[in-house]
Design a protein around this ligand. Structure first.
Ligand code: ADP
Ligand code: MG
Length: 293
């Protein structure tokens, strides 16, 4: 039979906005020593905005935003939404897309106004044999050093410019990470974003262990690797790309604002959608386990 304390703990969680899938979840959280945190939408707000553009010679900003905006309009990614919104605000309407492909964790490709376009990470452009000229490479490096996520735009085989996007660290993240440390947990930042941006965010919230440039399908492997090292792992995430890792973790926590896939895969949903909810969840399970031990 289920110990009454677990049921009471589950009920208390609900009052705090910590929705626990079943009483046994509190027991599985015994001995958690590591907490893996997704960056975008978990440590940061996930509400991306376009903060700037850089254009190759002969490319206008309207042209850059037309092609990138039209293509990203077909994607659900927070970066895509930021680009499409900025483009529509500036240009009114966007042209129809003739073909479209989402490349998970890398970007998008497709045809707009007769141009075959590739938009996303450097490795995606490399896959399409697009070279990044030295001036754009420089601009990319310095924008990343400033904490921007840089989206590369190419069409008809040539790099045409950069789109700089960013979001903000949630106001409660640093405090929550301090509290998680005080509970004896080692925080690890896990992200598909580039290492410079990831390290910057990590430093601003007090995390020193950073695993960046991880493809969506690889997040689960990172969690499994930490477990193989003998660590007992909680994971907090929000994205479709976090779902498998949330299921793999000893304790999976999804942001209430997250995708259905993340919420379904997780053991706990944090209604308040910030990391203080994770602190409450860990504290609650420890308190409950002390009572029943
Ligand atoms: P996170 O792990 O931080 O939630 P993702 O795995 O969703 O990030 O994305 C990783 C990276 O892939 C992004 O930082 C971005 O560089 C690139 N990317 C993914 N989707 C898109 C898109 N639709 N347009 C442009 N870039 C994208
Ligand atoms: Mg995310």
């Amino acid at each position: 039979a289920t110990p009454i304390a677990l049921l009471v703990g589950t009920g208390r969680g609900a009052q705090m906005g910590v929705l626990i899938k079943g009483p046994e979840v509190l027991e599985t959280s015994r001995g958690i020593d590591t907490i893996v945190l997704d960056k975008t939408g978990t440590v940061t707000t996930g509400t991306m905005t376009l903060t700037g553009t850089v254009r190759a010679d002969g490319v206008s900003e309207d042209e850059l935003l037309t092609i990138a905006g039209a293509l990203e309009d077909a994607s659900e990614h927070p970066i895509a939404k930021a680009i499409a919104t900025a483009a529509r605000t500036r240009l009114g309407t966007l042209p129809a897309v003739e073909s479209f492909q989402n490349v998970e964790g890398l970007g998008v490709t497709g045809v707009v106004d007769g141009h075959a376009a590739v938009i996303g990470r450097a490795s995606l452009l490399q896959d399409w044999a697009v070279q990044l000229p030295a001036d754009l490479q420089h601009a990319k490096d310095s924008a990343e050093a400033d904490g921007n996520t840089v989206v590369l735009v190419a069409w008809d085989g040539q790099a045409r410019g950069l789109l700089l996007v960013g979001d903000e660290v949630k106001p409660t993240s640093a405090d929550a990470i301090r509290r998680l440390r005080a509970l004896g947990l080692r925080p690890v930042l896990l992200t598909g974003d580039n290492a410079t941006v990831a390290r910057r965010v990590a430093a601003s919230v007090g995390i020193d262990e950073v695993i960046a440039e991880v493809l969506p399908a690889e997040k689960v492997d990172v969690v499994a690797r930490l477990q193989a090292e003998g660590r007992k792992v909680a994971m907090v995430g929000d994205g479709v790309n976090d779902a498998a890792a949330l299921a793999q973790a000893d304790l999976g926590l999804a942001m209430g604002t997250g995708t259905d896939a993340a919420i379904e895969a997780a053991d706990i949903t944090l209604v308040r959608a910030d990391l203080l909810g994770a602190v409450d969840a860990i504290r609650l399970s420890r308190r409950t386990l002390t009572v029943i031990k």
